[in-house]
Design a binder for this molecule. Sequence first.
Ligand code: NAP
Length: 247
Amino acid sequence: MEVSNNKVALVTGASRGIGRACAVKLAECGYDVVVNYVSNDAKASEVCAEIEGLGRKAFAAKADTSDLKAVQNMFREVWKEFGRIDVLVNNAGVVDDAYLLMINEESLSRSLDINIKGYFHCAQQAALKMMKTGGKIINVSSVSSILAVEGQGVYSATKGAVNSMTATLAKELAPRNITVNAIAPGFIETEMMDSIPEDKKAEYINAVPMGRFGSAEQIAETVVMLCSSAFDYMTGQVIVLDGGLSL
Ligand code: NAP
C-alpha cells in the first residue's frame, strides 16, 4: 500500500457503505479525508472519529451534491481547511428501482440530480482546485451501466452517464495531469441492498459466477490502487468489479 502523507481526499457519500470504506482506507494510506454526506450526522461523526483514530485529519462536510451552491460552499470550506485537494471520489448515489410504467417524475429527477448532476458538480469544483497540482478523480459507477437489469432503467442510465463523463473528462483534464477513472461494482453488501427482498438477493447471488456479493472494502482497495503512482498513466477507464456478473 503506497503511503501518501499530507494529501487530501474528498469522498462523497462517505457516511456509510462504499464511501465510508473508501474514506477509511484512504486515511490508512495517509490521506486527510473530507467526509461528505447529506443527512446522517451521527454516522459521519463515527467515520471522522475512525479516521482521526488512524492519526489523520477528518473534515465532515454536510452537503447535498445535487445542489451546486452547497457543493461550491463545501469546496470553499475544504480549501480553507486544507489548501489542497488531491483525490475526489464521486460516490454519493441513490437507487430507486421501478419498471418503466411505474417511474414517477420525482424519483426520476432525484436520481438524475444526485447520480449525474452531483458527479458533475463535484468533478467541476475538484478540477478547478487540481488545475495546478494535478489529481485523481474516481467515479463510482455500477455494473448496471453495462448490464440490462429489469427495473433499473433509470439507475442504469445514470451510471451509463457516469461512464461517458469519465471518458470525456479524462480527455479534457489529461493536459492538467488530472486522471479520471471509474469503478463499476456489481452487488456489494451495503445498506443500499437492504431494500432488496431476500428471495431476490438469492437470485442475484446465483447470477454471480463467484457465488457471493462483494464488499465495500474491495471497492476501497481499488480506489486506493487507482490513487497510487502505479496508475498515474491510466485515465478514462472503467474497472468492473463484479465477481464475473457481467461476463
Ligand atoms: P449507501 O450505503 O446507500 O450510502 C449512500 C451514501 O451517499 C450515504 O453516505 C449518503 O449520506 C450519501 N448520499 C446520498 N445522497 C446524497 C446527496 N444528495 N449528497 C451527498 N451525499 C449523499 O450507498 P452504497 O451502496 O455505499 O453506494 C455508493 C455508490 O456505489 C453509489 O453511487 C452506488 O450507485 C454505487 N454502487 C453500489 C452498489 C451496491 O451494491 N451497493 C453496486 C454498484 C454501485 P447519508 O448517510 O447522510 O444519507
